[in-house]
Design a protein around this ligand. Structure first.
Ligand SMILES: C[S@@+](CC[C@H](N)C(=O)[O-])C[C@H]1O[C@@H](n2cnc3c(N)ncnc32)[C@H](O)[C@@H]1O
Length: 243
């Protein structure tokens, strides 16, 4: 099969059965995604990818559109594709949070290939969990966790969970939630509601929202208060009433 027909078949598979509105949304996302891949920020991200992967023998680089992955279509339309964090926001937010990471379970909601889960494990979190709904990315994350552990990256193995972030029930105990713009407000609210329930039951909860495009999901009903607000991340704790 020639390149053109492979490309055509791929496009047909992605648009099959979608409404005109869904195809328009998908096309817009693909165009934005392509434009971003040429930006200076994307070049910096590529260099960070390479440095991390060279050091640990992992594969955390690249970008991946959700339409190319094996995920339920109605959930894919509410989420964003893969691009790894570089760990800078986590490092900066940790200074401000002033917590002992060993007491906390770190959860990356929409963890992709698991880079920030590995960074969190190396930072000393008691547990480091990644929740990812795309099986292709989850498989890569499992291999990465093995390689990272074998290379001595962290004392405790990272836990990679295959599943939808919106239905993931966090374990008991203090939680440090990490969200790198993995999805829009619908799934974000599902995630936050579970965290709010934990907070109401007396658990200590902190949430770091990186590339915070849907802050309303946190801020609209005064359920969370802003601990720190930076150019590309916001650190939250549940508001006293929600605790
Ligand atoms: C921008 S990437 C972030 C990757 C990772 N958190 C990091 O910081 O390196 C967003 C990820 O969220 C995943 N995702 C989107 N919606 C999801 C959902 N409902 N449940 C689980 N994962 C989701 C995507 O497949 C993608 O891997």
């Amino acid at each position: 099969m020639g390149k053109l027909s492979t490309w055509r078949n791929g496009v047909m598979r992605r648009v099959e059965g979608r409404s005109a509105r869904e195809i328009a949304t998908l096309t817009l996302k693909t165009l934005r995604h392509t434009a971003r891949s040429f930006s200076p920020a994307a070049a910096r991200a590529r260099r960070a990818d390479q440095a991390f992967d060279r050091r640990w023998g992992t594969d955390t680089g690249g970008t991946m559109n959700l339409s190319a992955l094996n995920v339920a279509r109605e959930r894919a339309l509410l989420g964003f594709g893969y691009q790894a964090s570089n760990g800078v926001a986590l490092k900066d937010a940790m200074k401000i949070a002033a917590i002992d990471p060993a007491r906390f379970t770190f959860i990356d909601y929409g963890s992709g290939k698991g880079r920030v889960v590995m960074i969190a494990a190396a930072t000393g979190f008691g547990r480091a969990i990644g929740v990812e709904f795309a099986p292709e990315l989850h498989e890569v994350a499992l291999t990465n966790a093995d390689r990272f552990a074998a290379a001595g990256g962290a004392a405790r193995r990272c836990e990679m969970v295959l599943g939808d972030a919106g239905s993931y029930a966090p374990p008991r105990g203090p939680v440090f939630a990490y969200i790198y713009n993995s999805f829009g407000p619908v799934i974000l609210r599902e995630v936050l509601e579970r965290l709010e329930q934990r907070a109401a039951a007396g658990e200590e909860i902190i949430a770091l929202y990186v590339n915070p495009r849907h802050r309303n999901a946190f801020e609209d009903e005064d359920r969370w208060h802003v601990v720190a607000d930076r150019e590309d991340w916001v650190l939250y704790r549940p508001a006293p009433a929600a605790r």
